[in-house]
Every structure is written in structure tokens, then in C-alpha cells.
Design a protein around this ligand. Structure first.
Ligand SMILES: *Cc1c(COP(=O)(O)O)cnc(C)c1O
Length: 411
């Protein structure tokens, strides 16, 4: 069986065709996209080795994103559940309230390095768009966000935020009028304007270079975490489980990156997908439901599809996880059994959100609440030497309306 290549960053575990484990990823793109993708690849491969660029990245991560984020023990929750110790990496402290700002900031920096003044991106629920518009404003870039017309209807507060940051929303009326079509339309625009315009993809999906840039950006999370863990425990504990929700997979890959070389019996990686409503067949969990391999947004991956290979509808209470595909790197980690994937239902996530907020000072959004649901499930069965760390990658403020509707709760 193919294993992780020790000492090689997760993003570089592919072959010369940009495929992970020979099956996932690649660049399945139209001829017209080849040149801009190639140019960006050359630029990024140069920048990631450029000391000046790394210094700049670190500067903005510290002073703009607000890193390092804290690593805290959830003492009350631990005591209540009994069993394993539950800790949280509070990534929601980052500017904008979630990890998407890491990728957006790096793309804005790349855009400037490329000498471009315009930046475009796609968004589904609006958070990737909101974060990109924030970063664009910070770095003085003109920003367009492509968004399905149907999503614009459903996600008004985020649309307002995008506009308030001075960005333009381009409504997409083709296809299902949602994220899938917004991505296609954004790429089309980029092809025609790539001399002046840079494109950002909001998660670790799409043609290989976008997966790389995004995971390279979120890797900051585990760079901090490994230092914080060693400081607290003196070493990496004998049994530690890193639990993260997975939508496109960027927060999980960033959370796991520095731990990939450790033995899986010591550092276990657990990804939690969106299981959807309890009594529904709909979900957004390609890995834990053994979906078939297909091509989505330029890359081969496990993707939720019907018998004819058409992308199926997905459903989840958390907008951030509601995506039919998944990063090719996660497909690779699943195949080689380095990471384990499971799912939590809407109801379990809601319950976990309540439990965590009742006991602790943090208020995880519905996405990380899926990860907390898994922690809550397994902690009581484990001994107190076992350490569970959950990436609390988003703040619940953004879920205010849905939490109020489902829990009658004001936050
Ligand atoms: C977008 C989002 C996600 C899902 O995206 P990943 O790329 O899987 O991390 C998860 N949590 C939050 C808070 C988000 O905003």
C-alpha cells in the first residue's frame, strides 16, 4: 500500500501528474485554463521558498489574522463527560471568525506579488466571499465575488458584508444557480482576464495549485498547535486524537499538516463530515458514505453522485460543509488509512453546540460542532491519558439566525 512520504508536506504527496495515490486530484481543466494555472503554479512554487514572502506572510498572519490562536483545555466538558481530556484549538479567534481568512490573506499577497490589482473568487454560503472581500479591502485590491443567484437569495447577511467591504457580487444564473455554477463562472471570467486578475478558490479543492495554496495557508494552524502541545505536555502525548469537521477540507488539512509523519496509533486524525438531517437521505458526506470517484471543479475525488454520475443534491445545517466533493488530499488520506472519516447529523451538531456553549466560554459554529459531536461521542469511552483536540474553526455568531430558529436561542 502507498504510504505518506515521510518528511514531505501533505500538499506535495502527489505524483508528476499532480495525482495523489495515482487516483485523486490532477488538473482536469479546459485548454484555456492551462496557461493561467501554469503561471500561478510557477509563481507560487517560487514564493513558498522566498524568505521575504514568508516574512510577509508571517507578519500579516500575526498582525492582521491574529495568530497564534489559543489552545485551551475544556475542563468543564471533560469533567462532565468523564474519560478523555478534551482540548480545543480556538481558530475562531482569527480575524473574521474562521480559518478562511488564512487562505484569503495569502491569495491577496500572491495577487500583489503577481502585480495584479483585481482579485476574484467564488462563494456558496458567502463566507469565502466575505473573507476574500475583507482581505481585498485590507490590501487595496478590487474584488469580484461570483455567487449563485439562489445563494444570493439565501445568504443576505453575508452579501451585505461583501458589499460593505467594497466588493462587487456577480450573480450567476446558470445551472443550479449555486456554488458549483459560481465556481465555473468565476473560472471563465479568470481565463479572459488573467493578465490583470488573480483568482482565489475558497477551500482545498479545484485544480492542484489552488489545493496547494489553500492547505499551505491553513497549515499555520498545526504549526502553532504542535508548539502549543509540546509546551503543555512536554512532548507529543502517547495517545492524541485530532478531530476536525470537513467540508472542502481546508481547516482539517491545516490542523493535521504538522502531524502527518507521526504514527497513526499515536496521533489519530479524525474527519467529521456533514451527515445531514437525521431522517433524510440527503447529506454532504462523500468519504464516510463511500461515494464514487468523479471529477468536480478540475480534480478527481470522491463525490456524491447519482447512478449516471450527475452531482447529487446535498443537505446540511451547516452551510460551510454543504459541498458534494472533498479535497483530493482527504481522499488520499482515507485510502491509505492515515485519517479516519465519520459523520454527524444536523441534530447531533446542534446538541454538541449547546453542550459546549453551556459548559465553556467558546461558541463553536455549526461546522466545528460536527467535530465536537464526535468528541462527545468517543470521550467517555477513553481513559484520561488520552488527549482529544478539536479544531473550533468557526464562531457561532454567523449561525445566529439558524440557531435561533432551531434552538430558540439568542446569541
Ligand atoms: C467554510 C467552513 C468550513 C468548511 O470548509 P473546510 O474547507 O472543510 O474547512 C468549516 N468551518 C467553517 C467555520 C467554515 O467557514
Amino acid at each position: 500500500m502507498i504510504k505518506v512520504k515521510k518528511g514531505t508536506p501533505l500538499i506535495d504527496q502527489h505524483d508528476k501528474n499532480y495525482m495523489y495515490n495515482g487516483k485523486f486530484g490532477g488538473n482536469f481543466i479546459p485548454e484555456t485554463l492551462k496557461k493561467p494555472v501554469e503561471d500561478l503554479t510557477i509563481l507560487f512554487e517560487k514564493l513558498r521558498k522566498d524568505k521575504q514572502f514568508l516574512k510577509q506572510r508571517d507578519h500579516y498572519f500575526k498582525n492582521y489574522v491574529g495568530t497564534p490562536t489559543s489552545f485551551v483545555k475544556l475542563k468543564n466538558l471533560t469533567n462532565y463527560l468523564g474519560g478523555a481530556q478534551i482540548w480545543a484549538k480556538v481558530v475562531s479567534e482569527a480575524n473574521g471568525g474562521a480559518h478562511k481568512i488564512y487562505n484569503a490573506t495569502v491569495h491577496a499577497l500572491i495577487c500583489k506579488k503577481a502585480g495584479k490589482k483585481f482579485i476574484v473568487g467564488d462563494t456558496g454560503a458567502g463566507y469565502a466571499g466575505k473573507m476574500l472581500s475583507m482581505a481585498a479591502k485590507k490590501f487595496g485590491l478590487k474584488c469580484k465575488i461570483f455567487m449563485g443567484a439562489k445563494d444570493i437569495e439565501r445568504q443576505r447577511p453575508n452579501c451585505e458584508a461583501i458589499k460593505n467591504n467594497g466588493a462587487e457580487i456577480v450573480p450567476v444564473y446558470t445551472g443550479s444557480k449555486t456554488l458549483v455554477d459560481a465556481v465555473s463562472e468565476c473560472m471563465r471570467y479568470w481565463v479572459s482576464n488573467c493578465d490583470t486578475t488573480h483568482m482565489c478558490v475558497g477551500s482545498t479543492v479545484g485544480p492542484n495549485i489552488f489545493i496547494k495554496i489553500c492547505a499551505w495557508s491553513t497549515a499555520q494552524i498545526s504549526r502553532e498547535l504542535i508548539i502549543q502541545i509540546k509546551k503543555k505536555f512536554g512532548e507529543i502525548p502517547k495517545k492524541i486524537k485530532l478531530i476536525n469537521c470537513v467540508g472542502g477540507g481546508s481547516s482539517a488539512l491545516g490542523f493535521w499538516n504538522s502531524f502527518i509523519d507521526y504514527d497513526k496509533n499515536q496521533v489519530e486524525l479524525i474527519g467529521v463530515e456533514a451527515g445531514g438531517p437525521k431522517n433524510s437521505k440527503l447529506h454532504a458526506a462523500p468519504l464516510s458514505t463511500n461515494a464514487k470517484v468523479g471529477i468536480l471543479h478540475g480534480a478527481a475525488q470522491y463525490v456524491i453522485q447519482d447512478k449516471e454520475g450527475q452531482i447529487s443534491n446535498t443537505e446540511s445545517i451547516s452551510a460551510g460543509l454543504d459541498y458534494p466533493g472533498i479535497s483530493p488530499i482527504h481522499c488520499f488520506l482515507k485510502d491509505i488509512k492515515r485519517a479516519k472519516y465519520t459523520s454527524a447529523t444536523d441534530e447531533e451538531a446542534l446538541e454538541a453546540h449547546q453542550l459546549v456553549t453551556n459548559f465553556e466560554k467558546i461558541s463553536p459554529s455549526l461546522e466545528p460542532s460536527h467535530a465536537f459531536a464526535e468528541a462527545i461521542k468517543i470521550a467517555p469511552k477513553l481513559n484520561k491519558e488520552t488527549i482529544i483536540v478539536v479544531n473550533s474553526c468557526g464562531d457561532a455568531k454567523k449561525d445566529r439566525d439558524i440557531l435561533k430558529k432551531r434552538l430558540g436561542k439568542k446569541i
